[in-house]
Design a protein. Structure first.
Length: 251
């Protein structure tokens, strides 16, 4: 299937590892010119080398810290300068923030900043040019709707879902789609910290995942790439779990 992504452009945050890295490589394999952003420059340089080794165009490498208030504008500006335009935004930065009940307000503020506020600001920074070009795709990597404990990221990602739905309705007439993907237990650094042993992963899979295994980053990346394509223009405002059937909601 031709996904019609040749010569499209994409900004991928959180690209130094895990799901962001997998999506950046998958987009590049489809002919997308990518800008890859994260805090760890050495890992971005490694990814750029891998993309070129796969036959992709040399990525734009942007070292940026989304905790900083100037980061969204920096990312949008440097990406447009290097790519010429931004057709696709992949919001893959952020991560789990489990906290105790009596955690101070500062902890909540920190988790909300990187998992929602900066993500929203970056989305708003790239949408005007997408409107002008009459094409855009925004994919947000979020989290479970069935939290097991207090976690700032759960609240932040719920805010992302609500914002994404509202934004999708406003920009659909410009051929811009906005969708969220909910990763389940997919093998990343973060998941390996939670489930560090093969025995632990087997036990959790047996008890909780109908597919009876953890997922691989590429299994989510293929869906993200399809949603970025012109072929997926009628899919917007959705929240799609990629979790081997682990979530219990019917819809």
């Amino acid at each position: 299937m031709d996904l019609q992504l040749q010569d499209k452009t994409a900004l991928v945050t959180g690209a130094s590892r895990g799901l962001g890295r997998a999506i950046a490589r998958a987009l590049a394999r489809e002919g997308v010119h990518v800008a890859i952003a994260a805090r760890r420059r050495n890992l971005l340089d490694e990814l750029a080398f891998e993309i070129k080794g796969d036959g992709g165009r040399t990525p734009i490498v942007i070292e940026a810290d989304l905790f900083k208030p100037e980061a969204p504008l920096q990312l949008a500006t440097e990406s447009r300068r290097g790519l010429g335009k931004i057709d696709i935004l992949i919001n893959a930065a952020g991560g789990s923030r489990p906290i105790p009940f009596d955690a101070p307000v500062s902890v909540w503020e920190e988790g909300m900043q990187v998992n929602f506020f900066r993500l929203r600001e970056l989305g708003h920074a790239v949408v005007p040019s997408m409107k002008h070009n009459r094409f855009g795709r925004i994919i947000n990597l979020t989290g479970t709707s069935e939290p097991r404990s207090i976690n700032v990221a759960n609240s932040a990602k719920a805010a992302v879902h609500a914002w994404s739905k509202a934004l999708s309705r406003e920009v659909a007439k410009y051929n811009i789609t906005v969708n969220s993907l909910q990763p389940g237990r997919i093998i990343t650094e973060q998941i390996l910290r939670i489930h560090p042993t093969e025995e632990d992963r087997r036990r959790f899979s047996s008890d909780n995942i109908p597919a009876a295994r953890f997922g691989e980053p590429d299994e989510l990346a293929v869906l993200a790439v399809f949603l970025c394509s012109p072929l997926a223009g009628y899919i917007t405002g959705t929240v799609i779990p990629v979790d081997g059937g682990m979530s219990h909601f019917a819809f």
